[in-house]
Design a protein. Structure first.
Length: 92
């Protein structure tokens, strides 16, 4: 995140325009790919029946990866776990 913040902060108007256009084009590509993928009859039927389970599994998997520091988003020893979260709350 720090790399992106500094890149955006130092980009001029032209650079910001390029960043915004590239971002919007890539979001459109993801949306188009998702539409093409999800409208296939076999996949649409499977997603309709099992999509909520798949969403839960993907979400839990991403949480585990993020908490484990796989993406560098939450370095080991610097994230909130249930043990240090309970200590940060005021005593009753």
């Amino acid at each position: 995140m720090g790399v992106y913040a500094s890149a955006v902060a130092t980009a001029g108007v032209g650079g910001m325009t390029v960043y915004a256009v590239v971002f919007l084009v890539l979001v459109a590509v993801w949306c188009f790919a998702g539409k093409c993928f999800a409208t296939r009859p076999v996949i649409a039927k499977a997603l309709g029946r099992w999509g909520y389970i798949l969403l839960a599994l993907v979400t839990i998997g991403l949480l585990i990866l993020i908490e484990d520091g796989a993406f560098g988003l939450c370095p080991k020893g610097h994230h909130r776990t249930s043990s240090n979260f309970s200590r940060s709350r005021p005593a009753s």
